[in-house]
Design a protein around this ligand. Structure first.
Ligand SMILES: [Zn+2]
Length: 334
């Protein structure tokens, strides 16, 4: 399969399918609904039903255009221009998917953003045997080692209870799709009163429709912050602090493991949990896939590819394949 990497995305040339294109294309596979993966207008958009539902919410203007949204859900296959394509879960966020492309006796897997261990909200992934693996490497350095789902749940709930017991308001920052709902899910499951910013709350019905409970949360109101946990978007931290109230801020992110995480996030409590795989998980995915060739994209691509080569894999970081995920990195910049 001829794969071309550019700032416009990844083009599977032989079957004219773009993987998470960054500009409008005739046909696109969207791996999940984060804003830098599910972008703009393409004539045909293939993704899971959940990803397509969120895509429509985010790009309502596309409804007026001629566009075909074609669901491909977990375990489903279809023919596409001489290839067979199959969708598998990716763990990352609700609806996130990997794509297996079978073409002329070659198996190519595009992971999109992926998490190997069970996510807080979402369907656990599986490793697909393939010849050619296109793997994200957002956290492809050995310093990244994250908490398990159970550990993260406990840390989130314990921090909230500790703050509330001393009369402080626990504040959790979460990006609008994914982390935000995961934190609200943890808090409400633990029976902790929780107020949720509207940018996060608007996706809760989709999570509920897919089996995740969010019982008892309330919309965030700036006049009522005491006696409950707040789950807000990152940009609100300074606004909350300037209100002069007794707030204690937690930062739930893979980036919490960077040396300067406290300084960058402004949070006192760092909880290193991510909806991406950590270094060991990325390595395990490479090893168990059996892939003969690995292309790494996102994050520490050059360094991760070099480490894979040191272990004997044919790995590279294709030029211009460093597609950013600004939605997730926005919290890092905060
Ligand atoms: Zn993502």
């Amino acid at each position: 399969m001829n794969l071309q990497y550019s700032s416009e995305g990844i083009h599977a040339v032989d079957i004219d399918l773009w993987l998470d294109p960054q500009v409008s294309k005739p046909a696109a596979w969207i791996s999940h609904a984060h804003s830098d993966h599910a972008r703009y207008y393409s004539e045909t958009v293939i993704g899971t039903s959940i990803s397509l539902e969120i895509y429509r919410m985010r790009w309502p203007g596309n409804d007026a255009l001629k566009q075909s949204l074609e669901p491909l859900d977990y375990g489903q296959s279809r023919d596409w221009k001489g290839a067979r394509i199959t969708c598998y879960p990716a763990g990352h966020i609700l609806g996130a998917a990997q794509l297996l492309i079978e073409y002329k006796n070659e198996r190519i897997v595009y992971t999109g953003d992926i998490k190997l261990s069970p996510p807080l909200c979402g369907q656990q992934t599986q490793i697909i045997e393939c010849d050619h693996l296109i793997l994200e490497s957002t956290f492809g350095l050995p310093i990244f080692h994250f908490l398990s789902r159970e550990q993260a749940k406990a840390e989130i709930a314990d921090f909230a209870r500790e703050c509330l017991a001393e009369g402080a308001t626990p504040v959790f920052m979460g990006y609008p799709l994914g982390r935000g709902q995961e934190i609200v899910h943890c808090l409400t499951q633990a029976g902790i009163a929780t107020a949720v910013h509207g940018a996060i709350a608007k996706y809760i019905p989709i999570y509920e429709a897919n089996g995740f409970s969010f019982r008892g949360w309330k919309p965030y109101e700036s006049s009522q912050t005491e006696g409950q946990a707040l789950v807000v978007v990152p940009g609100m931290r300074r606004q909350l602090e300037s209100a002069g109230k007794n707030m204690r801020v937690a930062y739930v992110s893979g980036w919490a493991q960077l040396d300067n995480a406290r300084l960058r996030s402004g949070a006192e409590k760092l909880i290193p949990y991510s909806d991406h795989g950590d270094f060991d998980e990325l390595l395990e995915m490479v090893q168990r896939s059996g892939a003969k060739k690995i292309d790494v994209i996102h994050g520490y691509t050059e360094m991760f590819a070099r480490q894979l080569r040191d272990l004997g894999f044919d790995a590279s970081a294709p030029a211009r394949a460093r597609l950013r995920n600004s939605e997730e990195e926005s919290i890092q910049a905060e």
